[in-house]
Design a binder for this molecule. Structure first.
Ligand code: HEC
Length: 170
């Protein structure tokens, strides 16, 4: 009796498995694109939005150290949400180069990617401390004066250099 029952549930599991497999590729394609779009918004609307406050300060001294402290704290906190935007294999190789610049290295060297994100969390936390202490020169040194997030010491640049490829246009 017990054998038959577990055999029965194995059959059910197998059928469910086949169903999931055949539905898989299409569903994965649709949700993968949504994931990439959401990731793009996360980078632009959340990270880059805070970066602008830092960039303006580093470039021309606009704003205040209190604002830097606040934006840096938000960024450091956003580092906690960053990894969830990178589910396995949602980058190039699986999706068109036009859609994403995320390199497969993100998943083949997952520990390095985590490290780059931890570096970002740590450096932005350091920026909070420097801003709080009123250390303007050190704050500007960390942010940089180019306005580019790919030339700052707060951690955006290291990750992009290693884990993103060149943008491809039509
Ligand atoms: C741990 C890695 C990592 C960190 C840290 C990081 N990024 Fe990114 N970012 C990426 C990856 C990977 C992509 C490519 C995503 C894609 O195309 O699918 C990206 C893409 C972007 C994009 C392009 C989005 C688009 O679709 O046009 C912007 C803008 C961006 N990041 C801003 C920032 C800023 C600003 C910071 C720092 C405040 C930052 N990022 C920190 C990994 C990171």
């Amino acid at each position: 009796m017990l054998i038959w029952r577990s055999f029965g549930s194995l059959v059910v599991a197998l059928i469910a498995g086949v169903g999931a497999l055949s539905a898989g590729p299409l569903q994965a394609a649709a949700s993968g694109e949504e994931i990439i779009k959401a990731r793009s918004s996360f980078m632009k609307d959340e990270l880059q939005a805070q970066w602008r406050t830092l960039a303006a300060f580093g470039k021309g001294g606009a704003g205040s150290l209190a604002e830097i402290e606040k934006s840096a704290a938000i960024l450091s906190d956003l580092a906690k949400k960053l990894p969830e935007h990178f589910p396995k294999d949602t980058g190039r190789g699986n999706y068109p180069d036009k859609l994403t610049t995320a390199l497969p290295l993100i998943w083949t060297e997952a520990a390095e990617f985590q490290k780059a994100n931890q570096n970002f969390a740590a450096e932005t936390a350091k920026l909070v401390t420097l801003a709080k202490a009123g250390n303007k020169d050190a704050v500007v040194d960390m942010i940089g004066n180019t306005g580019s997030y790919n030339r700052t010491k707060i951690g955006c640049a290291e990750c992009h250099q290693k884990f993103t490829g060149p943008r491809v246009r039509d």
